[in-house]
Design a protein around this ligand. Structure first.
Ligand code: ADP
Length: 311
């Protein structure tokens, strides 16, 4: 654990002014009360443009996904720097930060979607339940079944609602009608869409509204029982009513699914997520329980961002 002096030194080395409560906190054993920011601050890395603050309970938890010292370049441009993140099971983790800070790049790195982009080079480690995702031997198709992805713009396939939901089972060769119907109903119920579509399961999915299409994509993603559900700004193309339905749905999925969501919307992050990572310039700046990040962040950079002073 870094002392406040080390934190201040890291900030100075990075050419920054002292960076918040950790730098100003009293030193010496027993000088900080149990719930003080000093006690919650467990690590401040040196040698980074911004120091990283990881709150104690995220540092201690057992992760489903663990990113360690991950770097990513698009050609010569480095988009992620020494990124480390532990994603807890059956909780919602939000990635926030100004546009261009690397949120989507990090999310896409979690299921190797960046493999599809020319000139991408990576270093570091990402593990899903202990399996190294960037091993040469990893079957990327299998990996993507373990991690569902929901994009900014809903992307139902041009086929029926039913066939959209059971798509991954069909690809795996499942032909049993009862199994397919059961998965379809359970997935649509989990995605809070069943009541709206149960009488038209064989209609084309493209006839659904934008919000319904996005919930259909969530149903399709969870049909294959993924270990993690990744969501890249799932509400940014939706109106407020459709957005609140997706947020309600996320609330229902909490506890059963591990969700990582990228959002520009800080109210959404604070409403829906259990944990929040604030990113800036390709780095994780601060990571902790959302209620702490949004009410008592450790670093002034986080405070400035969540209070709208930049970004
Ligand atoms: P965010 O999701 O926070 O808005 P991104 O992950 O999209 O940020 O982008 C991070 C940085 O990487 C930005 O500078 C962006 O221009 C760059 N970038 C993103 N995608 C590509 C790409 N396909 N090719 C080259 N640069 C990219």
């Amino acid at each position: 654990m870094a002392t406040p002096e080390e934190a201040a030194e890291a900030a100075r080395a990075a050419g920054l002014p002292p960076t918040g409560p950790a730098d100003r906190a009293p030193t010496g054993p027993g000088s900080a009360p149990a719930d003080s920011p000093t006690n919650r601050l467990t690590r401040i890395s040196k040698g980074q443009t911004l120091p990283t603050a990881v709150h104690k309970d995220v540092a201690a938890m057992d992760p489903v996904l663990e990113v360690r010292d991950f770097n990513l370049w698009y050609g010569r441009k480095q988009a992620l720097h020494q990124t480390s993140l532990r994603i807890p099971q059956n909780q919602i983790t939000a990635l926030i930060g100004p546009s261009g800070c690397g949120k989507s790049t990090l999310l896409r790195s979690l299921n190797r979607l960046n493999d599809l982009i020319d000139l991408v080079r990576i270093e570091g480690s990402v593990q899903l339940n202990g399996d190294e995702l960037y091993d040469d031997a990893v079957d990327v198709i299998e990996l993507r079944k373990r991690m569902g992805m929901v994009f900014q713009k809903s992307n139902p396939f041009p086929m029926s609602i039913f066939e959209n939901v059971v798509y991954s089972l069909r690809v795996d060769g499942e032909r049993n009608k009862a199994v397919l119907e059961d998965v379809c109903e359970r997935s649509l119920r989990s995605a809070a869409l069943w009541n709206e579509v149960k009488d038209r399961l064989h209609d084309n999915a493209l006839g659904l509204s934008g919000g319904q299409q996005q919930r259909l994509c969530i149903a399709r993603a969870i049909a294959s029982k993924p270990e993690v559900l990744l969501m890249d700004e799932p509400c940014s193309a939706l109106d407020p009513i459709a957005t609140s339905k997706i947020e309600d749905l996320m609330d229902e999925l909490r506890g059963d699914y591990t969700i990582v969501i990228v959002t520009h919307n800080m109210q959404q992050a604070s409403r829906t997520s259990d944990y929040t990572a604030f990113m800036y310039l390709g780095r994780i700046v601060e990571y902790g329980p959302s209620r702490e990040i949004f009410t008592s962040p450790l670093l002034t950079e986080t405070e400035d961002y969540i209070s709208g002073r930049f970004g």
